[in-house]
Design a protein around this ligand. Structure first.
Ligand code: ZDP
Length: 378
């Protein structure tokens, strides 16, 4: 079976997008998503995203499987890629503004493709109660802010925010110094986060500029995380460390995040970029679907005619190509024996002339041995 896909990235957070508009069932299983995301044995990606038919009056539904096969509720960079993908599928002209209403497991999300090509997403409201995150860390006044958590012999003040998916944010002096692969899993799988968690390490450069590094639940260290950037801005505001609008610098580039006072929604603006399209399991890779190739009688091996014919057909009259067969049949039918002999004589003469010409430049292929040729040993 072959499945078409298109690869997109949002600031280096990369996804494999599947056109799933004709069915509500994802075309790739969670177990296969893990294989597809493998960077050596698959396509490579931080997740697989499906553009499914809309529900509850929305234009489309988005579902995503992480690179470990688990299914998160939402994906900020992914939804920008999804918006770009459907715009491309619908043939939206460049420079046109278009808004989509997308159903996700985290509720309604509304991305807008702007005339400048960037995608601005209404990410909805942050959820702050311990039960909504979910976390067992202490909640005060309906929020989990700067709660101490012991990890690796150190106490980290954690602020927790859900953007549909769980985020645990901690503020550090130097985001670069964090060794994500060592410490990330210890937050992700900590028992205080029963649904595991995405973890953001934030360095406040100033009130409208934050540096972020992320360890994603189910995907590990990624170059960017849209829901994480939104959650981090909320955490910074709750800790009195930033304004309600800031640039978030992620390893893959910048996102502008705004937590609107008017409607309590988060607005995220950033790029989404097409990388390439392809087919998983094409004929060349799946033996049962591969076209049957003619066999070279000399070697017993299949012949790739597309290549072999350029160098001179090795099958000659046995060529399985229908057009070539018909040409040969019609030649035999319509040519007299005299004419054929004449053509053969000309061909032999031409070949001899070519050989003689070649011998001049390349030298003889063989020499007569001293004492002449032994006719019994030819
Ligand atoms: O919550 C999770 O399990 C995340 N790994 C989902 C993906 C989040 C993402 N990086 C984002 O940009 O929000 C795609």
């Amino acid at each position: 079976m072959s499945i078409a896909f298109t690869k997109y990235h949002g600031l280096g957070n990369d996804f494999i997008l599947i056109d799933n508009r004709d069915s509500s069932e994802p075309k790739v299983s969670q177990a296969d998503a893990e294989k597809w995301c493998d960077r050596n044995f698959g396509v490579g990606g931080d997740g697989v995203i499906f553009a499914l038919p809309g529900q509850d009056g929305t234009d489309y539904t988005m579902r995503i499987f992480n690179s470990d096969g688990s299914e998160p509720e939402m994906c900020g960079n992914g939804i920008r890629c999804m918006a770009r993908f459907i715009a491309d599928l619908e043939g939206l002209a460049e420079g046109t503004e278009k808004q989509y209403r997308i159903h996700t497991l985290a509720g309604l999300i509304v991305p807008t493709i702007q005339a400048d090509g960037l995608v601005r997403v209404d990410m909805g409201e942050p959820r702050l109660t311990a039960a909504e995150i979910p976390t067992t860390l202490a909640e005060t006044e309906g929020k989990v802010v700067a709660q101490p958590l012991e990890v690796d012999g150190k106490t980290w003040p954690m602020t927790c925010v859900s953007m549909g998916n769980p985020h645990a944010i901690t503020f550090v002096d130097d985001a670069e110094a964090i060794v994500l692969a060592d410490i990330g899993p210890k937050f992700e799988n900590n028992t205080v986060f029963p649904a595991r968690t995405n973890t953001e390490f934030i360095q406040v450069v100033n009130r409208d500029y934050l540096k972020m590094r992320v360890w994603e639940r189910g995907a590990g260290a990624t170059l960017a995380c849209g829901t994480g950037a939104c959650a981090s801005l909320v955490a910074a505001v709750l800790n009195g460390l930033s304004d309600r609008k800031a640039t978030l610098e992620l390893p893959g580039g910048n996102l502008i995040i705004e937590w609107s006072e008017a409607d309590n929604h988060l607005y995220m603006t950033g790029p989404a970029q097409l990388v390439f399209a392809g087919t998983w399991g094409s004929g060349a890779m799946v033996a049962s679907e591969a076209p049957s190739l003619p066999i070279n009688p000399a070697t017993g091996q299949p012949i790739d005619c597309a290549t072999a014919c350029i160098n001179g057909c090795v099958l000659g009259e046995e060529c399985p190509n229908q057009v070539e067969q018909e040409k040969a049949a019609s030649f035999i039918e319509n040519t007299s024996l005299d004419k054929m002999l004449e053509m053969a004589a000309i061909a032999v003469e031409k070949r001899n002339a070519e050989r003689a010409e070649k011998a001049k430049t390349e030298g003889p292929k063989w020499v007569i041995p001293e004492g002449g040729i032994d006719p019994n040993n030819l």
